[in-house]
Design a protein. Structure first.
Length: 266
């Protein structure tokens, strides 16, 4: 590790085993029992972690899926669904990041995209067309904030918890790169792109069932133009989690699209 590196502001613990607390009661022999230590480590994978059994995860996934389908803007239910069904997709995304120089550095440094880590004045002052300026414009036009992204709770691995946190925090950047608003049509298009990119069941569900609320005219545009483009772009693009966006604010959006392999929006 570089001793001169500045500390990274994130709530998740560094990779590795969780630090045990010394406030727990000790056993009669002066040592804590193995079961107590295992339970303690299980509960302290990262701040806010809630350990759940496979059955509990299945129940949470079912309930959150029903609620998310009834109200797609229940972001809390969408978040729970993503965590409880991502047991296969998240390790795959983590491995893609580990095998990419920029992605590996993100996993090591754990950057966060929040208002507390963004220099909004600087981003607003960047030239039109740059990633930073267009990202801020997206936030302002759609009245959204990166601070609304929920922290993970049900992912039973600290490193994978960061991966899904990172996915959530770059979601608005996907809207920016794809040129999609936050209305239902735009969300469905982004979900198709993310479903192909990440393989997260939550994205697949959103892509498949999101269109049921769209009008006939929008469904026609979605089916004939937007979904084919989103799928082709998702298949053609390199992993979007391997981009250190915080160091790319001055890069033109068109240049980053070309670098990733995202086709120009229709």
């Amino acid at each position: 590790a570089d001793p001169s590196a500045a500390p990274v502001p994130h709530p998740l613990l560094p990779a590795g085993r969780a630090r045990p607390s010394h406030s727990e009661p000790w056993g009669r022999d002066g040592r804590r029992g193995e079961e107590e230590e295992e339970e303690e480590l299980w509960h302290q994978l990262y701040p806010g972690h809630i350990p759940t059994s496979p059955l509990q995860k299945a129940l949470l996934a079912t309930g959150s899926a029903v609620m998310a389908l009834c109200d797609p803007y229940r972001h809390d239910m969408v978040a729970v669904l993503g965590e409880t069904t991502g047991c296969l997709a998240l390790p795959n995304l983590r491995d893609k990041m580990k095998n990419h120089p920029e992605g590996y550095r993100i996993l090591q440094e754990r950057p966060r995209i929040r208002l507390s880590t963004l220099d909004m004045d600087r981003l607003q002052g960047l030239p039109d067309g740059t990633l930073g300026r267009e990202y801020v414009r997206f936030l302002e036009d759609n009245k959204v904030s990166p601070d609304t992204r929920m922290p993970p709770k049900f992912v039973d691995n600290e490193e994978l918890a960061y991966v899904i946190q990172r996915y959530r925090e770059v979601h608005d950047l996907m809207h920016t790169l794809l040129g999609m608003p936050t209305n239902m049509l735009g969300e469905v298009v982004v979900k198709w792109f993310e479903a192909v990119q990440t393989g997260l069941p939550m994205c697949v569900l959103g892509a498949a069932f999101g269109p049921v609320r769209l009008s006939t005219r929008k469904l026609q545009v979605l089916a004939t133009e937007l979904v084919p483009w989103a799928i082709r772009s998702g298949l053609n693009a390199s992993c979007v989690l391997n981009i250190y966006y915080e160091q790319r604010w001055e890069q033109p959006v068109e240049s980053l699209r070309e670098e990733l392999g995202i086709f120009p929006p229709p």
